[in-house]
Design a protein. Structure first.
Lengths: 345, 266
């Protein structure tokens, strides 16, 4: 009976320069946990690269890892830089076609999920996005953990297919002791006949240019969500933020979509990631996409009128209150204390 | 140019229990007969309606799958401006691949040039159905789209040019030929409210497909073993009392843990 292998996919095309270990190490560690008994199975790292890149230089970038490389023919340097990640879906399919795969692992990114969906259809494999942990029933099939029901619960899910495609949420992976890995310098190179899906044409790619360094430097970030209610309430939030030394105001995607907060000050997956000393979440429910941008804050204080808001499970201090009433009381109390009128506890 | 647009809508079950802490058995309840439109899908419908208003001739059709009760979501879509709505009856929530298979078949029955989805469902948050449907139809797919326009390519064929919003605010503008799948991210333009006059004709514009006439549904490839409360990532202290008492307690907490407000003395 053939032994099935976990395969970690590196969705970015390799060049001869650098590969950040953060791009594959968490996925490799996760892959090792799919097979806790070892059984001599070493996860494979699969990558695509232009054919003119020497394998030795790739080997130096990814030492001690079993590699499966797909050579992309007819690809110029310009094409390599300017292609959408999912336009290589068929190339990935071809690269993996002759591997007995038990699990394909991709990073949980927008392009990673799109590629996972495509591969699962083409490989007739189940697909589980946003995996945060894995265990197994009696050492059998892996049970993948992912958030469901608006992020309020965790489901343990088993694939009913021999192969499964998962995207691994590196930001929320349950940390466990690393399993010892066996260095493996095997390199397999496959020349691919498929290259780019030429139906797609990349017109432009841009990174945000607005200056948001104050968010990076802020000691306290005050972020507001849909609970703000209306734009008129923003001045109250700004006054609240001004009571903190070294503060900056930001927002959830909902607050930015509503036009209350400029889009460049959005915290979350599609915005900025911040790690201030104190993160104050005002009227933010705590969607996983938002948590991804603030979970490395040293302390999190949440004020929300909904006692069941998921943000409370990720906060050091939880205050169930109407945002407006709390801010009014806070400003009143702080100004009273500063004037020496009211005692502190 | 005449463009046909299908918008796939996921009806989200309203939770009558008011949050998970009040549900004792921790089971996700799907028997609700009250449904609302998934927020991301509402943005997808709004995007299609705005595109329609910019084109000389366009037809917008909403497609939704679900049990009895989900027709309210499709009627709302007609109220918002969809020309027609198609409701396919499925008995219970299915996995993304089964839904994608049924939708791909319905798209063959009710052809279109552009197939819209919300980027993801609010409840399951998978972002799979759109790309899976695209893969089954072998159509190009652009995900997490925040703006889009249709244009004529050099070869005379219609193309869609869409801007996607990726991680860390990176914007990527990509073009591809029609037919194509777009999955729509929430955006600054809020979905419109239904209009009474259109709501009144929504029953006539709704086409319901009963279970016998639905495309065969594939068996689920996933099995949910159990569902649990997530582990809290931090141990939360709740500050109780009136807002004034809570404010005072927070000042104290910030003083102890972060040396904030130390300059003000009591």
């Amino acid at each position: 009976m053939s032994v099935r292998t976990p395969v970690v996919l590196l969705p970015r095309i390799l060049d001869r320069h650098t590969v950040s270990p953060s791009a594959y190490q968490p996925l490799l560690q996760f892959a090792a946990r799919l097979n806790p008994d070892g059984n001599g199975i070493c996860p494979v790292v699969a990558a695509l690269l232009p054919e003119d890149i020497p394998i030795d230089s790739v080997r130096r970038l990814l030492p001690g890892i079993r590699l499966r490389l797909g050579g992309l023919d007819l690809m110029s340097r310009d094409e390599m830089v300017n292609i959408p990640a999912f336009s290589l879906a068929s190339a990935w399919e071809e690269l993996l076609a002759d591997i007995e795969t038990m699990c394909c692992l991709l990073p949980h990114t927008i392009d990673g999920v799109q590629l996972a969906a495509y591969l699962s259809v083409r490989m007739k494999a189940a697909c589980i996005p946003g995996v945060v942990d894995v265990d197994s029933l009696d050492g059998g099939k892996p049970l993948f953990h992912r958030l469901v029901d608006h992020g309020n619960r965790v489901a343990r899910i088993a694939a009913q297919t021999e192969n499964v495609v998962v995207t691994v949420d590196r930001g929320r992976l349950t940390m466990q002791e690393n399993l010892p890995s066996i260095p493996d310098d095997t390199v397999e190179v496959k020349r691919l006949s498929w290259t780019i899906d030429r139906r797609y044409r990349l017109r432009d790619r841009s990174t945000p240019s607005a200056d948001t360094r104050d968010l990076d430097r802020a000691r306290v970030v005050v972020a507001v969500g849909r609970g703000l209610g209306k734009a008129e309430n923003l001045s109250q939030v700004e006054a609240f933020a001004a009571t903190f030394p070294g503060s900056a105001v930001a927002g959830s995607r909902g607050a930015c979509d509503a036009g209350w907060i400029p889009p460049e000050r959005q915290i979350g997956v599609t915005g900025k990631s911040v790690s201030p000393e104190v993160y104050v979440a005002l009227g933010i429910s705590g969607a996983p996409q938002h948590l991804a941008g603030m979970q490395s804050s040293r302390s999190v204080v949440s004020i929300n009128i909904d006692p069941h808001a998921p943000i409370f499970a990720h906060s050091d201090v939880g205050i169930v209150a109407d945002m407006g009433a709390f801010i009014a009381a806070w400003i009143d109390r702080i100004s009273s204390i500063q004037k020496g009128k009211a005692p502190c506890l | 140019m005449r463009i046909r647009m299908n918008v796939c809508l996921k009806p989200i079950a309203e939770n009558p229990c008011g949050g998970w802490r009040s549900i004792k058995d921790f089971e996700i309840r799907n028997e609700s007969d009250r449904f609302r439109m998934n927020l991301y899908d509402a943005h997808a419908l709004e995007a299609a309606l705005q595109l329609k208003s910019r084109l000389s001739e366009a037809f917008v059709q909403a497609i939704g799958l679900g049990p009895f009760g989900t027709e309210t979501v499709l009627k709302r879509a007609v109220g918002m401006g969809a020309d027609r709505a198609v409701q396919g009856t499925v008995p219970e929530p299915l996995d993304a691949l089964s839904i994608a298979g049924a939708l791909a078949e319905l798209v063959r029955r009710y052809p279109c040039d552009l197939l819209f989805f919300g980027y993801m469902a609010e409840d399951s948050q998978q972002a799979l159905t759109g790309p899976m449907t695209a893969a089954l139809l072998d159509w190009p797919c652009l995900s997490a789209v925040v703006s889009e326009r249709v244009l004529q390519g050099e070869d005379g064929r219609l193309r869609v040019c869409a801007t996607r919003e990726l991680e860390a605010g990176v914007l990527e503008t990509v073009e591809c030929p029609l037919p194509a799948v777009l999955t729509i991210q929430t955006r600054a333009v809020q979905p419109r409210y239904p209009v009474l006059s259109k709501m009144l004709r929504s029953k006539d514009a709704l086409l319901q497909i009963d279970a016998r006439n639905m495309p065969p549904l594939s068996e689920s490839v996933l099995k949910t073993v159990d569902i649990q409360l997530p582990q809290a990532s931090r141990s939360t202290i709740r500050l109780e009392g009136t807002p004034e008492e809570q404010a005072l307690a927070l000042v104290d907490w910030l003083r102890i843990h972060h040396q904030l407000f130390m300059e003000v003395s009591g």
